[in-house]
Write a protein that binds this ligand. Sequence first.
Ligand SMILES: *[C@@H]1O[C@H](CO)[C@@H](O)[C@H](O)[C@H]1NC(C)=O
Ligand SMILES: *[C@@H]1O[C@H](CO)[C@@H](O)[C@H](O)[C@H]1NC(C)=O
Ligand SMILES: *[C@@H]1O[C@H](CO)[C@@H](O)[C@H](O)[C@H]1NC(C)=O
Ligand SMILES: *[C@@H]1O[C@H](CO)[C@@H](O)[C@H](O)[C@H]1NC(C)=O
Ligand SMILES: *[C@@H]1O[C@H](CO)[C@@H](O)[C@H](O)[C@H]1NC(C)=O
Ligand SMILES: *[C@@H]1O[C@H](CO)[C@@H](O)[C@H](O)[C@H]1NC(C)=O
Ligand SMILES: *[C@@H]1O[C@H](CO)[C@@H](O)[C@H](O)[C@H]1NC(C)=O
Ligand SMILES: *[C@@H]1O[C@H](CO)[C@@H](O)[C@H](O)[C@H]1NC(C)=O
Ligand SMILES: *[C@@H]1O[C@H](CO)[C@@H](O)[C@H](O)[C@H]1NC(C)=O
Ligand SMILES: *[C@@H]1O[C@H](CO)[C@@H](O)[C@H](O)[C@H]1NC(C)=O
Ligand SMILES: *[C@@H]1O[C@H](CO)[C@@H](O)[C@H](O)[C@H]1NC(C)=O
Length: 862
Amino acid sequence: MDKASLLLLVFYNILFILPVCCASNDTITPSQPLKVGQTLISARQIFELGFFRPGNASELYVGIWYKFDPGRRIVWVANRENALSARDLASRLIISSDGNLKLLDGKQNTIWSTNASAHSNSTIAVLRDDGDFILEDNVSGATLWESFYYPSDTVLPNMTGMKNVSMSWENENDPAPGNFFNTLSDEKPPQAFTCNGTKPYWRGGPWNGWQFIGIPDATKGYANGMSLIPNNQTGAAYMTFSTFNESYIYIMVILPTGMLELLQWEGQQNQWNRLWAAPQHPCDVYGTCGPFTACSMSGSPICECLKGFYPQSNEEWSKGNWTSGCLRRTELMCTTNSSNLTYKASKPDGFWKLSQMKLPDHYLYLYDKTDQGGCSQWCLSNCSCLAYAYPDGIGCMVWVTHLVDIQQFSDGGEDLYLRLANSELGVKKRYTAIIISVLSISVGLLVGLLICCIKRWKANRRALRHSDTHIREQKSETSKCRIMKGFRIKCMVKSLFVSERNGTVRDISQEDVQEGPASAKGSSELPIINFNRVKRATNNFSEADKLGEGGFGAVYKGKLEDGQLIAVKRLSSHSGQGMEEFKNEVMLISKLQHRNLVRLLGCCIQGEEKIVILEYMKNKSLDKFLFDRTKRLKLDWAKRFNILQGIARGLLYLHRDSCLRIIHRDLKASNILLDDDMNPKISDFGLARTFRVTQELANTLRVVGTFGYMSPEYAMGGLFSEKSDVYSFGVLLLEIISSKKNTGFGYHEKYLNLLGYAWQLWNDCKAPELLDPSLADSCTPAEVIRCIQIGLLCVQDHAADRPTMSNVVLMLSSSESEMELPQPRQPTFTFQSLLESEHFQSGVCTFNVSTNEVSISLVEGR
Ligand SMILES: *[C@@H]1O[C@H](CO)[C@@H](O)[C@H](O)[C@H]1NC(C)=O
Ligand SMILES: *[C@@H]1O[C@H](CO)[C@@H](O)[C@H](O)[C@H]1NC(C)=O
Ligand SMILES: *[C@@H]1O[C@H](CO)[C@@H](O)[C@H](O)[C@H]1NC(C)=O
Ligand SMILES: *[C@@H]1O[C@H](CO)[C@@H](O)[C@H](O)[C@H]1NC(C)=O
Ligand SMILES: *[C@@H]1O[C@H](CO)[C@@H](O)[C@H](O)[C@H]1NC(C)=O
Ligand SMILES: *[C@@H]1O[C@H](CO)[C@@H](O)[C@H](O)[C@H]1NC(C)=O
Ligand SMILES: *[C@@H]1O[C@H](CO)[C@@H](O)[C@H](O)[C@H]1NC(C)=O
Ligand SMILES: *[C@@H]1O[C@H](CO)[C@@H](O)[C@H](O)[C@H]1NC(C)=O
Ligand SMILES: *[C@@H]1O[C@H](CO)[C@@H](O)[C@H](O)[C@H]1NC(C)=O
Ligand SMILES: *[C@@H]1O[C@H](CO)[C@@H](O)[C@H](O)[C@H]1NC(C)=O
Ligand SMILES: *[C@@H]1O[C@H](CO)[C@@H](O)[C@H](O)[C@H]1NC(C)=O
């Protein structure tokens, strides 16, 4: 190598290595803030962060974009809710004295802050090459905050995307959070959703391990590198997508219109190209067609009733409004009264296979049915089962409420097995009937036409002989004839429908829901009640009318002018919330209506006063019965089982709604109210969400909730999810069975609490001893054992091991022969010191050998 080329090499190295090593201005330090006009650039020059003005807005924001993108598509915004004035050129992004990243305007007001709780005096903020903007401790290297946890409208590769929702911009010129957001449901398997406020707008269908099966064009590449990562702590999952090939860059964006787009960077054209988007057709929009209706893009009309169903309203249907859906033509055999011998003698229900379908929403997943035969068998033997499917990668899915958001694809899709009455399955008979009626109609038409023609022909001939006026008369006769024809056909069609309507039943499960958040009727406003009226109703919040004191404030009994009894909950006034926020939250909660939830009748806001008006329950709360020696006798086993099922259903309703997901967080016996017939109604739901108060009021990091009902991950780490409610439900269940409080458990010194005691009994195969002795006469032993097992499954340490509420409902309503339960794992958290572990065998108990009376009768039970 000669000197010249060596020099050249050195020169090249200087030219190319230097900019990389020294232009490392990807960091904000306490001494080096970011000013308007400056930008941070990630180490490999991929991302850029700085101040920007969206569209032609006159506001200034801090955001991140790809450095190579001349169009500067913004992928993340810091201060999306709080803009800077574009003229405020003295704004700065700084590391403040408490170690947080802060955006200050020219007057030193804080516009936005990272609010990280950990303090450090040596923090720096770094823009990384994957687009993550990180606040970290320069000494320990610990990450204090990262922008990936707070996505805007864009999901970047490797971003743990839908773990946190990504939310659309208000419009192109305003990055404030808009109506639409993406989220991943906590079902198992999870589904991707786009929500419009509280309503589902688009649904991607369940995840089968490599793609969402509700998207038929999945193979076109949207699923490239997508994966779902289970969160073992909360039992939920989040999604991420990475690109296999580094040279392709994909991003997923939710537009202000609700359209979800997958964009790919096209280097040669210097622009983003759209690879895939949803929804693109009315069929893709959630619930375009109502229950028991399938949407088909090529259909005309697009909505069509499933086989064996007919439109609920022909009038709406013909106007192109399909939202009310279809009704079942022939009742399923098992929903008829089993004592009806005529029916018993008829043939069993069967399945009708629908191919290439987008499977309906609201499924249950039966992990223990490992083949299609078992799945089908389960569905046939369970009365509430409406359909099942057995897709690759998932397994047995069943539907027990209604079937909504179904689509008929022309390509791809899954098989759906629809349960129908036997008579609906007979294809040939129906076809011949249709053929016969079609034939008779056409014959009728032909005959009619012939008669008309003959008459006309005769008339014409007569007309030749007679005057012109006569012809006019005959003409009107022919048109009459045409009308008659039309009438006859209409009549026939009508009578067909009338006869089909008879003998159909409404889907019973739907009656549970009086009016859901997804229903269109929910627009009625929640009444705002005047403070003085509330004062009068409660005798100025007199102590005599006080019903109790809850976590969120005192509850009073009240009586409105018209005599209606109400419960008035006066919330502690130290809420950190504004009036509008409070109102919005209460509005949301008021839309949740279910017969196992206490109804919110109104609210009242005045000054610092925030009051909610609730249904009054004469029988007060469950704890008043359960933990009282005499009153507990009023609750026999049937009532308790009914209470358990009611609570489970109410909780499922709170959890299941895919967009407005409510976690109760404080489920306990005193929050279960009982109506006149001892039906349970959950109260205080959603208030935990509304009132972050308690958190702020409390001394340190106290979590909302009640000791004894809190799941380990919640009590220790403040992590909560639906599974924390499942835990509380398990505790409540064991309390209802045993009439004992979980905490303050003085029954047996050896055990810390009821859970420990229940587990010990379970492990010693003595589970029936947990039962309140007063129930021995009224109980069904098999049900008791099953309930205890469900309770223990719900209180397992690992959130992921616990069943979801939908599974709990299913377990409670099915018998052992229909659905085998897994064995619960020992809850360690509840034990702490005690217990000689060699005493524990982890075998499976069969409750047939025992000295106990209950257990003996159990053998007879099943
Ligand atoms: C980082 O470098 C770019 C040019 O390479 C410059 O435009 C920008 O202002 C610099 N940022 C800071 C904070 O110094
Ligand atoms: C710019 O602003 C005007 C109104 O101020 C609006 O009509 C126009 O659509 C905006 N242009 C863009 C590209 O957003
Ligand atoms: C930080 O806290 C303030 C006050 O509590 C709040 O207004 C702001 O929205 C929070 N910022 C972020 C990014 O969460
Ligand atoms: C940070 O604080 C510690 C003590 O709390 C001190 O020893 C250290 O010098 C400080 N570092 C800086 C960079 O100020
Ligand atoms: C995404 O993560 C993978 C594996 O962790 C890594 O190889 C890849 O470089 C990352 N991609 C980006 C764009 O950061
Ligand atoms: C961060 O740490 C490095 C090495 O430990 C040091 O050189 C640098 O000055 C530190 N930066 C700040 C802002 O403390
Ligand atoms: C996003 O997720 C992280 C980790 O699960 C959590 O700490 C953070 O609070 C979430 N952010 C929002 C806005 O919910
Ligand atoms: C989103 O919801 C709002 C309010 O319910 C409604 O007015 C709007 O039409 C919906 N948008 C779409 C695209 O459905
Ligand atoms: C979650 O649990 C699964 C199975 O129990 C395990 O394979 C996986 O590694 C766990 N993930 C994390 C992040 O702990
Ligand atoms: C469609 O019908 C439902 C009642 O089934 C009604 O509530 C809704 O307003 C109708 N929609 C339109 C667009 O007419
Ligand atoms: C039994 O079912 C048949 C068929 O629907 C019905 O006609 C009859 O009324 C039913 N009888 C009773 C006692 O319910």
